[in-house]
Design a protein around this ligand. Structure first.
Ligand code: SF4
Length: 444
């Protein structure tokens, strides 16, 4: 452990641990950018840091455990720790296990974190402002970046405590988001991943406030944002969209190639009665009909989704409805979670818990069905020529993604004999093979 009395006289240095979802990652990027702007160094290890900031996740029990373990490890190896992020809304959980933590803040609290850092590690006199790129510091590879357009959520899904953790929807003004997007593109970003808790609700809290942008009047709303981002000449990928009717208006932009023909929609279930108990947004929409109409307008559309099996009270019949729904929907990319009773979620008390072994069995059956659908859909791509973006090189093999693959969560394209390509390159390749989730290709 570092001797807490031993302080460097050179640049004070902060270690950083970032856990949780892309939204938390964006918070981390902001805090790190600000720290660098104020002259702090960022240390790659605990031992070299004067203190450590741990950005935690508090979404499900396993994430809480992981966060508490990370705090413990940072305390053990460094001794001076500030905690932020979703778990920070429960300071008693943190302090009862780790009483030596210096300060605790909730999520989306850049200023409070900076103030805490400044209290325990005073800001250096001569900030190296000009060392920080205008787009700030990013934790993702240089060629893609997450663009957070809002915080919080106005929905009240019964299994979710995010509104309690992060508050109601608070959208960022559209001109601020677009300026950040322009800076990211100017710094070399080739793909923008739009994230929030509910992207399709963007701007509703601001009553879709209108602003002047490049001599035009645009509104703070999902469609205008998609249209303007589509002018930047990079891949634009939409995450966490709900199947509201107004989403239909974005499909023409996808068909024109302005934004990627990709929608990440957390459907969560296919049974209307379960969706109602989940209190999902748009639960009364006929989502299968909507998917059909989207595919008619934009046949290349890739649909990604996540589902929960074993929601309290889920009957055999409701689970069968879910299987029938995914057979009919033929989604391209699917993730599935077993229900986890997050502390504070109202769903925990609305019906009896599904026994673990039933949940396991349903999860396995669901994933088997989803894999078969994915495999059949990918097999149809063999022989096609597609554009890909290279994420990294592994010897002579390039690991890349098509427009239908988001980083980290979807499949990849392995390009053989890819010498000459490098990270961040766009390329056209011919698909020569497919398995359940990934593709194999050769340069065209
Ligand atoms: S839409 Fe539902 S699941 Fe998503 S953040 Fe809001 S309340 Fe939670």
């Amino acid at each position: 452990m570092k001797d807490p009395t031993e302080r460097t006289v050179a640049t004070p240095s902060v270690g950083f641990v970032s856990l949780g979802c892309p939204k938390a990652l964006v918070d981390s990027e902001r805090i790190i950018s600000e720290l660098k702007m104020r002259g702090y160094g960022i240390s790659p290890d605990y031992g070299g840091a004067d203190l450590v900031v741990v950005n935690t996740c508090g979404f499900i029990d396993s994430a809480i455990d992981e966060s508490l373990d990370a705090i413990g490890e940072a305390l053990q190896q460094n001794g001076r720790v500030i905690v932020t992020g979703c778990l920070g809304v429960k300071p008693e959980t943190i302090l009862s296990r780790h009483p030596k933590v210096l300060a605790v803040t909730g999520p989306h609290a850049t200023e409070q974190v900076l103030a805490a850092v400044n209290t325990h590690l005073p800001q250096p006199h001569d900030p190296f402002v000009d060392l920080v790129p205008p787009a700030g510091v990013r934790l993702t590879p240089r060629h893609y970046a997450y663009l957070k357009i809002s915080e919080g959520c106005n929905n009240r899904c019964s299994f979710c405590i995010i509104p309690a953790l992060r508050g109601d929807l608070a959208s960022r003004p559209i001109d601020e988001v677009l300026r950040e997007a322009e800076q990211l593109v100017a710094s070399g970003v080739k793909e923008l991943l739009v994230i929030s808790q509910d992207t399709s609700a963007y701007g509703s809290d601001l009553r879709y406030r209108a602003v002047d942008w490049k001599g035009r009047r645009i509104e703070t709303r999902f469609l205008d944002l998609a249209r303007e981002l589509g002018e930047l000449g990079v891949w634009v990928r939409m995450h966490y969209v709900y199947p509201y009717p107004h989403v239909d208006a974005v499909l023409p932009l996808m068909a024109e190639g302005k934004v990627l023909p990709y929608l990440d929609i957390p459907f969560q279930h296919g049974s209307p009665s379960v969706l109602k108990r989940m209190r999902r947004p748009a639960h009364a929409e006929n989502t299968l009909k909507r998917i059909e109409s989207w595919r008619a307008q934009c046949p290349e559309l890739t649909l990604r989704s996540t589902f929960i099996v074993g929601f309290p009270g889920e009957t055999d019949a409701e689970f069968e409805e879910l299987l029938q729904w995914i057979d009919a929907a033929q989604l391209d990319r699917v993730g599935c979670f077993k229900y986890s009773p997050v502390e504070g979620a109202t769903a925990n008390d609305i019906a009896a818990a599904v026994p673990d072994e039933v949940m396991e069995e349903r999860h396995a059956r669901f994933m088997e069905r989803a894999a078969a659908i994915s495999s059949a859909r990918l097999a149809k791509r063999v022989g096609q020529t597609v554009q890909v973006l290279v994420d990294r090189m592994e010897g002579s093999v390039a690991i890349a993604r098509t427009a239908g693959d988001a980083p980290e969560i979807d499949g990849v394209v392995r390009i053989r004999k890819a010498r000459g390509l490098k990270t961040g390159d766009f390329a056209h390749v011919r698909i020569i093979g497919a398995d359940d989730y990934d593709l194999v290709a050769e340069p065209q």
